[in-house]
Structures are given as C-alpha cells and as structure tokens.
Design a protein around this ligand. Structure first.
Ligand code: CDP
Ligand code: MG
Length: 145
C-alpha cells in the first residue's frame, strides 16, 4: 500500500487548523500509520528540502519551517501520494482549487499550511527523515498472539 509524508506547517498549526486538516485526510479514507509533533531544526529542514537548497526562497522557507511546531504524519492508502496532493491543492493558494486545504488555510505560496510527498521516491526518503520503522503501523504490522 502506498505511503506519503504529510507535514502540517507552523502557520496552520499555530492557527489551530490541525484537526480540520486531519479530518480531510480521514474523510478521504486514508489511514494514519504514524504521527508526531516535531520541532524542525535547520539540519532536518536541509534534509527534508534538499532539492530546494540554493533557491532564492530557501532561507525564508527554513526560517518559516523552524519557527514553531509542526505535525508530521505518514498516511497510507491506494494512490495516497496523488490523493493527498489533490486534497492539498496547488502550492500557491491563489492557484489552488476551491475546497482544497491550501485554498482554505494557506496565507500565501510560502506559508501554505501543508507539505506532501510528490513521488514514491520522495515519500520513501522523506518518511525516513522523520520516522523510524518501529513508529510506523502499516499493513506489515501485526499484533502477535
Ligand atoms: O510544497 P510543494 O511540493 O507544492 O511545492 P515545492 O515547489 O516543492 O516547494 C516546497 C515549498 O517551498 C513550498 O510548499 C513553499 O512553502 C516553499 N516555496 C516558496 O516559499 N516559494 C516558492 N517560490 C516556491 C516554494
Ligand atoms: Mg514539493
């Protein structure tokens, strides 16, 4: 079953949108297989956003992502990566479709409420940055008799 990493970013966290956002993923039928509150530091930010290092917005992005708590979670389901990105909407809320999480909760294209992995390769890499195998309760997890 496909997994994806979702982060509820500091803007949405501080505005108390965590519950509303999680509800959208649950209503979509995705399963939460790992979750924790994280304080991102510059090192974790550089791992998570490695492909953005050197971009003009990188410094601001790291400053924002380390500015307060975030909620990290792994969601699992058929086509989870595409479905979560569809629910999140486009990067900039100006371009995001009505009803998407970013349209509802994002202030702008930088402070945009949520992150989600964009491919199976990114998901595998990103999940490892946040969670160890023993924190993930996926379909391979069974309770012994
Ligand atoms: O998050 P998403 O995959 O939709 O977009 P991205 O192009 O991978 O960019 C990652 C994040 O960097 C965005 O979600 C924004 O928070 C930030 N960003 C920014 O602040 N300014 C830009 N011009 C592009 C991205
Ligand atoms: Mg991205």
């Amino acid at each position: 079953m496909e997994k994806t990493l979702v982060l509820i970013k500091p803007d949405a966290f501080s505005k108390h949108h965590v519950g509303d956002i999680i509800k959208r993923y649950e209503e979509e039928g995705l399963r939460i297989v790992a979750m924790k509150e994280v304080k991102m530091d510059e090192h974790l930010a550089s791992l998570h956003y490695e492909e953005h290092i050197g971009r003009p917005y990188y410094g601001d992005l790291v400053g924002f992502m380390t500015s307060g708590p975030i909620l990290a979670m792994v969601l699992e389901g058929e086509d989870a990566i595409t479905r979560v990105r569809r629910l999140n909407g486009k990067t900039n809320p100006k371009d995001a479709e009505e009803g998407t999480i970013r349209k509802l909760y994002a202030a702008n294209g930088s402070r945009n409420a949520v992150h989600a992995s964009d491919s199976p390769e990114s998901a595998a890499r990103e999940i490892k940055n946040f969670f160890s195998a023993m924190e993930i309760f996926d379909e391979t997890y069974t309770i012994p008799d």
